[in-house]
Ligand binder design. Structure first.
Ligand code: NAD
Length: 500
C-alpha cells in the first residue's frame, strides 16, 4: 500500500489526528491500493471552522470575483477530464468512457454556476404603494455540508458545490470513503483556479464524520445523496438540528414498454440503462414492465444483447461493463439471482460466478436477467444496485402504471411507445420525479433540476438547476419608501399597513 488519501482543509492537504483509516480498493483486482483518513469530530470541527472563517469574506464577495474563479475552474476541469476519469475508474471500477461521461455531466453544473450572475438578479416592483418599492433578493445560507455516495465520486459533488459556492456559501464535502480521491483532485483544481482558502474543504470519513456534520452548530445546510435509509436518517437528524436539508435516496426505476413500441430500440435502451456502470446508477433501469403479448419477444431481444456485453477492467478500452464496488456488495447482488427461483422468478441470464482472466480477485458479476418476476419477489422489492434486470408482465397500460405507482421509490421512470397520447397520459399519471419518453435515463440537463419523489427524496428541493439555487440561497424582501423632499411627514397611523 503506497498512497494515503488525506483531508483538504483551509486550502491544503491535512492528515488529521483521528488515526482512523479505511481501505481503498481497486474493484478490478480486489487489491487495496490506498488508505483513506477517516475523520472524527476534531477534523470536522477544523473543516467547519475553516469554512466559517472563509464565509466572512466569500459571502460578501462580488459576483464578478466568484464567477472569475468558476470560469478558471471550468477550464481546468475540461483540461483534466481524462485524469479525473482515470481516478474514478481506479476506485469505482466503471469503464473509462462512462467515467468521462460522469465528468462531463459535472462540468455541465460548473457551466451553470459560471452564469450565476443572471440567476441571482432578484426581482423589483416599483411604486407598489405611494413612493414605495419592493425588492426580493437572495442571499447565501452560510456553511453547506455535502455528503455523497460512491457511485459518482466526481459528478455528485459537482451537483452541489459549484452552485453553493457561486451563491456565496462555503462548503465542506464528505465524499464516499470507497472512492475518495476524485474529490481531492477537484479541491486542488479549485485552489489552482484561485478559490480562497477555506471556501471548499473535504473531510474524508464514514458515519462518524456524517454524524458530526449533521449535528454541528456551524453547519447551516446539508445536501445528501445516497441510499434511502441513510437519506431518511440524514433528513430527520439534520432538520432536528435546525438545518435546511435536501436528501436524495435510492431508486427502483421502471421502464414501461407498450406493445406498439419499437422493440429493438426498447431492448437497446433497457440493456444500456440496466447494465451501464454495472447497474450502480441511481437512474439505472432495474425493472422493465412489458405490457401485452410482445413481452416474450422483448425479453428475447434483451437476452441476446445482454449476453454479448464484455465485462472486464474499466481501464481496458475493450470493456463495456466493469466490476462491482466491493466483494461484499457483489455477493449481495448475486444472492438476488441465486434466490430468484424460490421467489417465483425465471432466471433467463445468470451472471453469478463470472471471473475475468488475469483479474481473478476482481468483484465480477455478469449481466443477469430475471423474467416473470412477481411484485412480491425480493429482487423486485429491494434496490439491488447491480447488473440485475427484472422483467414484470402486465396485461394493460393501467396495470403497468399501477405497478410503478405502488413502488415506494419514485426517482426516474420511462415509457417506450409510438403512441403520443399514451406517453402524454403517462407523464401526468406516473408518480416519479423524472420521466423519460423513449429516453431510458432521463437525467435532466443542468438548468433543469434533478430529484425524485417518495422515498427517493427527503426535503423540498431537488438538486441543481433553479431548485439548487433556491436551496443554496435565502430569500429576503426589502420594502423601501423614499419620501419626496417637498412632502410633509405622514404622521402616526396605528392601522395595519396597506397599499394605496
Ligand atoms: P450510502 O447511503 O451507503 O452512502 C452515502 C454516504 O453516506 C457516504 O458518504 C457514506 O459514507 C455515508 N453513510 C453510509 N452509511 C451511513 C450511516 N449509517 N450513517 C451516516 N452516514 C452514512 O450510499 P452508497 O452505497 O455510497 O451509494 C449508493 C446509493 O446511493 C444507492 O442507494 C443509490 O440509489 C443512491 N444514489 C442516489 C442518487 C440520487 O440522485 N437519488 C444518486 C446517486 C446514488
Amino acid at each position: 500500500m503506497t498512497k494515503t488519501v488525506h483531508h483538504w482543509i483551509g486550502g491544503k492537504p491535512v492528515e488529521g489526528a483521528s488515526d482512523r483509516w479505511g481501505p481503498v480498493t481497486d474493484p478490478a483486482t480486489g487489491a487495496v491500493t490506498a488508505r483513506v483518513a477517516l475523520a472524527s469530530a476534531g477534523e470536522v470541527d477544523a473543516a467547519v471552522a475553516a469554512a466559517r472563517d472563509a464565509y466572512a469574506t466569500w459571502g460578501t464577495s462580488s459576483l464578478a470575483q466568484r464567477t472569475a474563479v468558476l470560469f478558471r475552474f471550468r477550464a481546468l476541469l475540461d483540461a483534466h477530464r481524462d485524469e479525473i476519469a482515470a481516478l474514478i475508474t481506479a476506485e469505482h471500477g466503471k469503464v473509462h468512457s462512462d467515467a468521462l461521461g460522469e465528468v462531463a455531466r459535472g462540468l455541465e453544473i460548473v457551466e451553470l454556476a459560471c452564469g450565476i450572475t443572471t440567476q441571482l438578479k432578484g426581482e423589483l416592483s416599483t411604486q407598489v404603494s405611494s413612493r414605495v418599492d419592493v425588492a426580493s433578493i437572495r442571499q447565501p445560507v452560510g456553511v453547506v455540508a455535502g455528503i455523497t455516495p460512491f457511485n459518482f465520486p466526481a459528478m455528485v459533488p459537482m451537483w452541489m458545490f459549484p452552485l453553493a459556492v457561486a451563491c456565496g456559501n462555503t462548503f465542506v464535502l464528505k465524499p464516499s470513503e470507497k472512492a475518495p480521491s476524485p474529490s481531492l483532485r477537484l479541491a486542488e483544481l479549485l485552489a489552482e483556479a484561485g478559490l480562497p482558502d477555506g471556501v471548499f474543504n473535504v473531510v474524508q470519513g464514514d458515519r462518524d464524520a456524517v454524524e458530526a456534520l449533521l449535528t454541528h452548530p456551524g453547519v447551516d445546510a446539508v445536501s445528501f445523496v445516497g441510499s434511502t435509509p441513510v437519506a431518511r436518517y440524514v433528513h430527520t437528524t439534520a432538520t432536528a438540528h435546525g438545518k435546511r436539508v435536501q436528501a436524495l435516496g435510492g431508486a427502483k426505476n421502471h421502464m414501461l414498454v407498450l406493445p406498439d413500441a419499437d422493440l429493438d430500440a426498447a431492448a437497446d435502451a433497457a440493456v444500456s440503462a440496466a447494465y451501464g456502470s454495472a447497474g450502480e446508477r441511481c437512474m439505472a433501469i432495474s425493472a422493465v414492465v412489458a405490457v401485452g403479448a410482445t413481452g416474450d419477444a422483448l425479453v428475447e431481444r434483451i437476452r441476446e444483447r445482454a449476453e454479448k456485453i464484455k465485462v472486464g477492467p474499466g481501464s481496458d478500452p475493450a470493456s463495456e461493463m466493469g466490476p462491482l464496488i466491493t466483494a461484499d456488495h457483489r455477493d449481495k447482488v448475486a444472492s438476488y439471482v441465486t434466490g430468484a427461483a424460490a421467489d417465483g422468478c425465471e432466471a433467463v441470464l445468470d451472471g453469478t460466478g463470472l471471473t475475468v482472466d488475469g483479474h481473478e480477485n476482481g468483484h465480477w458479476m455478469g449481466p443477469s436477467l430475471l423474467d416473470r418476476v412477481p411484485a412480491t419477489a425480493r429482487a423486485y422489492r429491494d434496490e439491488i444496485f447491480g447488473p440485475v434486470l427484472c422483467v414484470l408482465r402486465a396485461d394493460t397500460y393501467e396495470e403497468g402504471v399501477a405497478l410503478i405507482n405502488a413502488s415506494p421509490y419514485g426517482n426516474g421512470t420511462a415509457i417506450f411507445t409510438r403512441d403520443g397520447g399514451a406517453a402524454r397520459r403517462f407523464q401526468l399519471e406516473v408518480e416519479a420525479g423524472m420521466v423519460g419518453v423513449n429516453v431510458p435515463i432521463p437525467v435532466p440537463v443542468g438548468y433543469h433540476s434533478f430529484g425524485g419523489w417518495k422515498d427517493s427524496l427527503f426535503g423540498d428541493h431537488h438538486v441543481y438547476g433553479t431548485d439548487g439555487i433556491r436551496f443554496y440561497t435565502r430569500g429576503k424582501v426589502v420594502t423601501t419608501r423614499w419620501p419626496d423632499p417637498s412632502e410633509a411627514p405622514a404622521g402616526v397611523d396605528l392601522g395595519f399597513p396597506r397599499s394605496h
